[in-house]
Design a protein around this ligand. Structure first.
Ligand SMILES: *Cc1c(COP(=O)(O)O)cnc(C)c1O
Length: 347
């Protein structure tokens, strides 16, 4: 095996969706956020599998991503575009029956003038100040609210349950939308876990489907096996890798593996303890992460296998994220194009 293999467990994704769906009442829809190529895991395959599992609505960031989902799942799913409608999006939105989440007064006006026969949603700003209509802007287009397919807002701090901004945004969302006769959605993964007050008509988790925090009970989805290119003896006192940051404290055996930061194994990961696994046995990652290579202390293994595992059910994207000082989202979406991708489950 010459290339590293990223195995994506479609059954685990479906289980995570069912588990998140189970957090809200049965009459509340649970959609799937599948932007950025399903957080790097392959939007066409993941969408098809989730659609089969019962997902009826998908959210993407860009119209181009929506086209891929439409081709994958067919005509009976709703596909919402979170970036709204940029000038070049009118044709794909019409041709592929995508629902733009309009986020500025000009977009609402233009959409209703030029494409009044199509469905649209509205995105409101309740305090994150990233995308969406402010309260006064929303008042100005309020007649567009009752005809919208869906009204959403996004929480800035939902993965910190006690953060005061959660209830402040909840109150702002109520103040803006109570009395409007349109389906509403406020919760992503974090909001889904905050409880019923945050669920409205539809929850829209993303990262939790793919095994990420803040859904602590998520099943791991991504598994990564990296081939061993060679092993070498390193005498006590010798160093390994760029800048000679690791020094052998004993006579050691070091394995060199075929993946590095060009494959999304970000270099900062090397600053904290990370292991590569031979079965259940952890072997420490040592030295600096190179562009295409990792070095691993395999001194304590009786036999060195052909490949070692960086992501498995013991060491997850969250562990790598913690080691690298980042978040699971970034680990997932960084996983590079050089891996052989293997999908399991999803039947
Ligand atoms: C990315 C995103 C989501 C999904 O967020 P997760 O934290 O991955 O669950 C939901 N809504 C909006 C507007 C988003 O941008």
């Amino acid at each position: 095996m010459a290339t590293a293999t990223l195995t994506i467990d479609l059954d685990a994704i479906a289980q995570n969706w069912r588990a998140l769906d189970g957090k809200s009442a049965p009459n509340i829809e649970t959609a799937a956020v599948i932007k950025a190529d399903a957080y790097g895991l392959g939007a066409d395959v993941v969408a098809k599998s989730l659609h089969r599992a019962g997902v009826k609505s998908f959210f993407v960031a860009l119209a181009e991503e929506g086209i891929i989902i439409r081709k994958s799942v067919g005509n009976d799913a709703k596909i919402y575009v979170l970036s709204g409608m940029m000038l070049t999006d009118a044709q794909p939105i019409r041709d592929y029956n995508l629902i733009p989440m309009l986020n500025a007064p000009e977009q609402v006006t233009r959409f209703r003038n030029e494409t009044s026969d199509l469905a649209y949603g509205l995105q409101l700003d309740t305090g994150m100040n990233r995308l969406g209509l402010e309260p006064d802007e929303f008042m100005g287009v309020k007649d567009a609210a009752n005809d919208a397919d869906l009204i959403i807002s996004h929480l800035a701090c939902a993965d910190e349950p006690t953060h005061p901004q959660n209830s402040a945004q909840l109150a702002a969302f109520h103040a803006m939308t109570d009395g409007v006769n349109t389906r509403r959605s406020l919760a992503a993964t974090g909001g889904t876990l905050l409880g019923a007050d945050y669920h409205f008509d539809l929850c829209r988790p993303g990262v939790g489907l793919y095994g990420g925090f803040p859904f602590a009970d998520a099943k791991p989805v991504a598994h990564l096996a990296i081939p061993v290119i060679q092993t070498r003896k390193v005498a006590k006192g010798e160093t390994v890798g760029y800048s000679a940051t690791w020094t052998a404290k004993r006579d050691s055996v070091v394995a060199t593996l075929a993946a590095g930061y060009a494959d999304g194994l970000i270099r900062a990961m090397g600053h904290n303890p990370v292991s590569l696994f031979a079965g259940d046995t952890p072997c420490p990652l040592i030295g600096r992460v190179s562009m295409d290579l990792l070095t691993v202390d395999v001194t304590d293994l009786d036999t060195v296998p052909n490949e070692l595992h960086l992501l498995n059910s013991t060491q997850t994207i969250e562990d790598l994220a913690n080691a690298a000082g980042t978040i699971g989202y970034e680990i997932l979406t960084s996983l590079g194009g050089r891996y052989a991708r293997r999908y399991i489950g999803g039947a």
